[in-house]
Ligand binder design. Structure first.
Ligand SMILES: [Ca+2]
Ligand SMILES: [Ca+2]
Length: 309
């Protein structure tokens, strides 16, 4: 019995060590409520969000109270469950509605907002999002979640380092896909796939970025993954977006330091709500073999001590 207890303690100690090594520090956190460890002030319902630079539209919002959207509406506005705007389907309290039912011919940025700068070579970006509209519209409805660096502007979705496109399909599901930022068409990377998600309910998106020059390991839930240098992983509702080739960042450029949300002139039916947008510096975890090694070492030490008694 005592041996079992000591073995358990050794396992707990090893797991605690691993957990500690995988701890993260928040470098950007926007729940639009100003609560918790938020680094931004509470945003006001009906206004443009704090913690973002609004590139387009720069002042006010065009529409944003109609549901479904009226033709010509576009903008970003803070909403909550009791506002005259749409309900925050993505989270609790205040959320952010990003919508585009307008058409500015040829424009890569109809709605464009970017986060305040953050830094870190190994980042975990997470957010909740929901499609506000259930049915497909006649217009293009995708929205780009963009990752920008010093010379890859996240404001324009065709210039970002890389981007994730969320799109509403006909029926009641929608898809997410990853693509190079400087590829105009919304197509997955070679060999890439899409992930489906339900409409009008909160979805959890997590992106792990390794911007360093060597591979690192990270934990998503109980899954340990290795990220090669300058690649990223995408998780949607606990499922990994897969590709036959690694999702790579544009080579020879600076680190990703900003996050953007945007649509272009071609989108005339985009209507999305976001909440809990967070960026964390994630410390790499030991190799899986090292974790096993810790357990073996811990167990062995206890067994030796027990044998010596
Ligand atoms: Ca919130
Ligand atoms: Ca548009």
């Amino acid at each position: 019995m005592r041996r079992n207890i000591k073995l358990s303690l050794a396992v707990v100690a090893a797991v605690t060590l691993v957990t500690s090594a995988a701890s993260a520090s928040v470098v950007y956190n926007n729940n639009f409520d100003g609560t918790g460890s938020s680094t931004v002030l509470a945003s006001t319902v009906g206004s443009q969000p704090l913690g973002f630079t609004m590139v387009s539209p720069t002042t006010g919002n065009v529409g944003g109270t109609s549901n479904p959207l009226a033709a010509g509406d576009f903008g970003a506005v803070v909403v909550n469950s009791s506002s005259t705007h749409v309900t925050n389907l993505a989270g609790t309290g205040n959320g952010l509605r990003v919508y585009d039912a307008a058409s500015a011919s040829g424009s890569p940025r109809e709605v464009a907002l970017r986060s305040t700068n953050f830094s870190g070579s190994t980042l975990a970006v997470s957010m909740n999002f929901a499609s506000n509209a259930l049915t497909s519209t006649s217009g293009s409805n995708f929205l780009n979640i963009t990752f920008g660096s010093n010379n890859h502007n996240p404001d324009a979705w065709n210039e970002a380092q890389f981007r994730l496109a969320i799109a509403r399909n006909s029926g009641t599901t929608s898809t997410l896909q990853a693509t190079n930022g400087n590829t105009i068409d919304v197509t997955p990377l070679a060999g890439g796939s899409t992930l489906a998600f339900p409409l009008q309910t909160s979805n959890l998106l997590k992106v792990f970025l390794n911007q360093s020059a060597s591979s690192v390991n990270y934990l998503e839930g109980v899954t340990s993954r290795t990220l090669a240098a300058r690649t990223y992983d995408v998780w949607l509702n606990g499922t990994l977006l897969t590709s036959t080739t690694s999702f790579g960042m544009v080579s020879g450029t600076g680190l990703v330091t900003t996050l953007g949300l945007g649509t272009g002139g071609g989108q005339t039916g985009a209507d999305w709500v976001f909440d809990n947008i967070m960026v964390e510096n994630v410390l790499p975890i030991p190799e899986p073999t090292s974790i096993l090694g810790l357990l073996v070492i811990g167990s062995t030490l206890v067994l030796r001590r027990r044998s010596a008694i």
